[in-house]
Design a protein around this ligand. Structure first.
Ligand SMILES: [Zn+2]
Ligand SMILES: [Zn+2]
Length: 280
């Protein structure tokens, strides 16, 4: 096959498979949480109001574009591998299982740092409209908000794995495990429902790990809580929302999944007109 045709095929096949999984999993969460169990799980909804059909259609539209850009990232990764410029390798036994697990954990730590700092930069006045405006059109996130991104924001995330492959040896199975878990976290933090039990808010894990409440507050207020899987960057850098622990404690209190931000609390949340972090 001609190189150009093969490149187009790699982009399209990758984009279609990512989009297929994305629509299937996000759609399943949406059907269960927003339709079939809507009444039973209403107390676990972080923001009680449900999003409009227009918001969901817009999110799906931008997600299709994002998947095409993720496909271009895969092409770049594959192309560098073909040229042996990166450390992508197909021999699972070249390094032991321990390395693969360390590699997976390391990739998560690096991803969270990459996400925190690029996300925080995108909230600067210079970059917000170019990179991050579309994602923040959703003040009340849904399972489809995860990939609702401006093309430049999608590109920022698409280059992460190709860059990692330049740093240390990584097997495609680790990349696959990372992508599946990372998408699972993405789905949880955009689900609109708090999943953690009360014990989480009272434990030390609360300092370390992020939650759906954290990211919903980011969408609602438009600044603060910039992390992805972890909360520690926000806590160390002073960008954790001052009300976060209080909201999390309330949301985790003993309902079916958690408990919603109460009506009074929601009415007290002011949506940011300009979701920009001024210190960046
Ligand atoms: Zn943001
Ligand atoms: Zn988000």
């Amino acid at each position: 096959m001609f190189p150009l045709l093969r490149s187009i095929a790699i982009v399209l096949i990758n984009a279609a498979s990512v989009l297929g999984w994305y629509l299937m999993l996000s759609g399943a969460v949406w059907l269960v949480a927003y339709r079939w169990r809507r009444a039973q799980w209403s107390l676990s909804k972080i923001i009680q109001r449900h999003p409009s059909r227009g918001q969901i259609l817009r999110e799906i539209g931008f997600s299709i574009l994002s998947c095409l850009i993720f496909g271009c990232g895969t092409l770049f990764l594959w192309w560098c591998g073909q040229k042996e410029w990166n450390q992508l390798h197909w021999d699972f036994h070249r390094h032991g299982l321990v390395w693969h697990l360390v590699c997976l954990a390391l990739t998560f730590v690096l991803w969270d740092a990459w996400f925190y700092w690029t996300h925080r930069a995108m909230h600067s006045r210079l970059l917000f409209r170019l990179f991050h405006r579309t994602h923040h059109l959703s003040h009340n996130p849904t399972p489809f908000t995860a990939y609702s991104l401006d093309p430049l924001e999608a590109l920022t995330y698409a280059v992460f794995l190709p860059l990692v492959c330049f740093i240390y040896p990584i097997h495609p199975s680790v990349i696959g495990a990372f992508m599946v878990t990372q998408f699972g976290v993405n789905l949880v933090i955009h689900s609109g429902f708090e999943l953690f039990p009360r014990q989480f808010a009272e434990s030390r894990f609360n300092w370390l790990l992020s939650s759906a409440t954290s990211h919903v507050m980011h969408h609602r207020y438009g600044s603060g809580n910039y992390g992805f899987c972890f909360q520690y960057w926000d806590r160390l850098m002073g960008t954790c929302h001052p009300q976060y622990d209080a909201h999390l404690a309330r949301n985790c209190q003993g309902n079916m999944i958690g408990s919603a931000i109460s009506a009074e609390a929601e009415s007290g949340m002011t949506e940011a007109r300009h979701p920009v972090h001024s210190s960046v």
